[in-house]
Design a protein around this ligand. Structure first.
Ligand SMILES: Nc1nc2c(ncn2[C@@H]2O[C@H](COP(=O)(O)OP(=O)(O)OP(=O)(O)O)[C@@H](O)[C@H]2O)c(=O)[nH]1
Length: 306
């Protein structure tokens, strides 16, 4: 997985060193015994905390022991299943766990059956994956909690800043349109005042689920603060953004949210803006914010664009 941003890729540097060492060792004395493979793989797997990278290294290292055509890894924390190589007819699967903690499902496949002795070695080799995999999952969880709003699960302001800067750079380089919409819940204070803060929190969670359900998985949903959210739409021009914002508005209006069995209608006002050549993140957000306030002044529960 390529690293983004201006960082030094220590992982690949260390990998290259490790690979170089391995190549040198292979030239002098072939690495053949199970213990040698296991030791080498153990060292290699410690060079990264990136889940994809750890699994890639395991798949590559495994080939010294048995030839496998494909490997698939599933864990809800990892998002979509991660596939390496290509899937073949014969498969073996493992549910990985450690000290009661679930570490995912791993499946290997190839064209010919796995022999019993191969499976036994594979199971022994899986031990090398345990701690690197657990550490990579913990690292991923730590990153996610640093970038997500704890109440609603939407991205937080830090995630918005990072992704917006990146998407603006990309849109300017590729010439693709980029739009965003700011959404502010109408009269949210009344919900808190009437039902209490805890119910207000539940209403915000329901709203985020509702907005997320009307987006593509490449779209970003972020909480700016309070009851204000941003939807970031890559490769989307002003007309398409208006349609998306209108769809969001309607889905919030139709949301069947109940408090103690009582329906609680919610609406939101939305303002959108599309990237111009002289925009930066602040000017783009400010323009959408101005439109959102126009929507509030215009009577709320409406969408205003540029
Ligand atoms: N329950 C809950 N309420 C929050 C949270 N963050 C902000 N609020 C409340 O959201 C309300 C926002 O109120 P206002 O800014 O007056 O806006 P509004 O009532 O939505 O009215 P308009 O935006 O003008 O339609 C305040 O009562 C905040 O306390 C939160 O995390 N949970």
């Amino acid at each position: 997985m390529p690293l983004q941003g201006n960082t030094i890729d220590f992982d690949s540097a260390r990998m290259k060193l490790a690979q170089g060492d391995a190549a040198r060792r292979r030239r002098s004395k072939p690495v053949t015994s199970f213990e040698a493979i296991q030791r080498h793989l153990s060292l290699t797997l410690q060079t990264s905390l990136e889940l994809d990278r750890v699994l890639e290294m395991f798949f590559a290292g495994l080939q010294a022991l048995l030839q496998a055509d494909g490997m698939e890894y599933r864990h809800s924390a990892a998002g979509a299943p991660l596939s390496l190589g290509h899937r073949a007819l014969h498969r073996c699967s493992y549910r990985l766990s450690h000290a009661g903690g679930y570490l995912g499902e791993l499946q290997l496949s190839r064209q010919t059956r796995f022999a019993e002795n191969e499976l036994a070695s594979l199971e022994a080799l899986l031990g090398t994956l345990l701690f690197p995999l657990r550490n990579a999952l913990m690292y991923r969880e730590a990153l996610a909690s640093a970038l997500n709003d704890t109440l609603t699960g939407a991205g937080n302001r830090l995630a918005l800043n990072q992704n917006l800067e990146r998407d603006i750079r990309l849109a300017k380089r590729t010439g693709q349109p980029l739009s965003l919409t700011i959404l502010d819940v109408d009269h949210f204070k009344q919900i808190n005042d009437r039902f209490g803060h805890a119910y207000g929190d539940e209403a915000l969670k329901a709203l985020v689920n509702c907005v997320a359900a009307s987006l593509r998985n490449v779209d970003g949903l972020y909480r700016l603060g309070g009851e204000e959210f941003v939807v970031l739409l890559i490769n989307t021009d002003a007309n398409a953004c208006h349609l998306v914002a209108e769809r969001i508005r309607q889905s919030i209006e139709q949301l069947q949210f109940h408090i103690d069995g009582q329906p609680l209608p919610m609406t939101a006002s939305l303002g959108h803006a599309t990237l111009r050549a002289d925009d930066d993140a602040t000017s783009l957000l400010n323009r959408a914010d101005l439109r959102m306030y126009e929507a509030k002044r215009g009577g709320r529960n409406r969408v205003m664009g540029q």
